[in-house]
Design a protein around this ligand. Structure first.
Ligand SMILES: *Cc1c(COP(=O)(O)O)cnc(C)c1O
Length: 228
């Protein structure tokens, strides 16, 4: 039987070999995407050595966090953010990958408890030329980054993107566009070190395009019990 622990070891080995081929010589971390998975699956992955977990839905995440308070997990919020959810998100997560507008950033900043370190954030960029996907358009990115940098309780770390699937040449082109956006910000003097791209079916490619976080769900936990 293939267990979460077996799959984790396979994924970590794949990450390592992709890293060895990457021209960017970057460190890569795995975000285990546990949406729609029970707390017991998170516990199993944690016991196998995984400490970073990503969740998309606030209430579901809070329920699981309450069951796992004995574990030293670093929680990442990676889903779309409604403005009425910013307060609990800012209180209960270490990272947010999916900031895509100033209002959300401002609300996360206001809600971040003073006794916690700054909330680590990525701006989600829309590189798929589709107005259905969330994310800021590349042409609006620099202005948003400049505003977020002024918020004292947020620490802007980088960019996140969800290229449209399925896996094609166009998908690689989308990874390259995120990388271009990232390099353009670096050139403007914005200090970034994080590129959150790559999921179960394309993380090895994403790493060769510079990913520093890969967000992996189904390849680690198996198919999700319900569509999420
Ligand atoms: C669900 C999800 C993932 C993981 O997807 P898999 O294909 O199961 O690896 C990664 N990032 C985001 C934003 C997601 O919503």
């Amino acid at each position: 039987m293939t267990t979460i622990s077996n799959r984790l070891q396979d994924i970590l080995a794949t990450i390592q070999s992709a890293q060895a081929c990457s021209p960017f010589a970057q460190a890569v971390k795995l975000v285990a995407v546990s949406k729609a998975q029970p707390a017991s699956a998170i516990r199993e992955a944690y016991q196998a050595g995984q400490t970073i977990f990503g969740e998309n839905y606030l209430q579901e995440a809070l329920d699981k966090q309450a069951q796992l308070t004995d574990l030293n997990i670093e929680w990442h919020f990676i889903g779309p953010i409604q403005s009425n959810k910013t307060q609990p998100i800012s209180q209960h997560f270490t990272w947010v990958h999916s900031v895509d507008r100033l209002k959300i950033a401002q609300r996360l900043n206001e809600a971040r408890p003073a006794d916690l370190p700054p909330l680590q954030v990525c701006i989600q960029v829309n590189v798929s030329n589709e107005d259905t996907k969330s994310g800021v358009l590349p042409e609006d990115l620099a202005a948003l980054a400049a505003e977020i940098q002024k918020l004292p309780k947020l620490k802007l770390r980088g960019l996140m993107a969800i290229p449209v699937r399925p896996y094609t040449k166009e998908q690689i082109a989308q990874f390259k566009r995120v990388r271009q956006c990232y390099d353009a910000l670096l050139e403007k003097g914005v200090a970034l070190d994080t590129l959150s791209i790559g999921m179960s079916d394309d993380y090895a490619v994403a790493i060769t395009q510079g990913a520093t976080f890969v967000r992996i769900g189904s390849a680690l936990f198996g198919a999700r019990p319900r569509q999420a």
